[in-house]
Design a protein around this ligand. Sequence first.
Ligand SMILES: Cc1cc2nc3c(=O)[nH]c(=O)nc-3n(C[C@H](O)[C@H](O)[C@H](O)COP(=O)(O)O)c2cc1C
Length: 210
Amino acid sequence: MSNYIEDLNWRYATKKFDANKELSSEDLETLLEAIQLSASSYGLQPYEIIVVKDAALREELKLASWNQTQITDASEIIVFANKTQITTEYVDSYLEDIAETRSLKLEDLDGLKGMLESTILKLNPEDQSLWAAKQAYIALGNLLSAAANMRIDTCPMEGFDIAKYDELLNLKEKGLTTAVIATVGYRSDEDQSQFAAKVRKSKNDLINVL
Ligand SMILES: Cc1cc2nc3c(=O)[nH]c(=O)nc-3n(C[C@H](O)[C@H](O)[C@H](O)COP(=O)(O)O)c2cc1C
């Protein structure tokens, strides 16, 4: 078995974290770098990441998350907030960033600009937000895999009130909305879920080769 498959078998959606175990700041930085390095459509990274350290705020977020204990027990809570709209200004500043980073002229990027104009910028705001959320989920996936590789536990979570999160984190005024969250830390010995066998579709049912 490859190490990577071992990593994926090791991980599980942690229900009970050890509230006394904290991630080192180096490990947190590595995980945030894995998020930063995520692929995204056109490279637009239409999201921001919020690491909530404030204990009182985390208590409030827990109330907005069906009281799921991971929110306060895990060492970290990482919020993936996607842009609700993709504007021409946002695209332009991305193109400028590429030009500067790669020592190109802006005109060199006219082809990419045209593609962005005829696809993402053409979507209505609702679809732009949906598209942006999809990109945020790729970053979530990277976080889960990177953490598993480092033997750090995670729980990806959608069980929360989006409107309450947006309000508590002041996301609306930043043109963002909560897509998904992940709690990160170390499993409690008492978490029975760690002993449960993985339930997955068989490869036969999952994979079609044409
Ligand atoms: C997007 C997403 C949202 C999820 N939301 C929650 C959640 O709110 N609470 C929770 O305990 N587990 C949550 N899960 C965990 C899933 O139930 C779990 O990943 C799935 O049952 C497969 O089990 P495994 O990850 O332990 O292998 C979520 C998983 C994903 C990918």
